[in-house]
Design a protein around this ligand. Structure first.
Ligand SMILES: [Zn+2]
Length: 57
């Protein structure tokens, strides 16, 4: 399985969906390719964490 170049939905930047990540996705049973680059994914995760934190208090 070769590395794949994908375009991030958020920042429109190209990022690499590596062979290792593809394996990881397959193992988890995820059929969809990632929509976002690692940077945007991290950003969104942090936002989710923040929202959770705010709701709790
Ligand atoms: Zn991005």
């Amino acid at each position: 399985m070769p590395d794949k170049n994908l375009i991030c939905k958020d920042c429109q930047k190209e990022f690499v969906f590596t062979e290792g990540e593809q394996e990881f996705y397959k193992e988890k049973g995820l059929v969809n390719e990632p929509q976002r680059c690692p940077d945007c994914r991290k950003e969104r995760k942090q936002q989710r964490d923040r929202n959770r934190f705010q709701r709790r208090y």
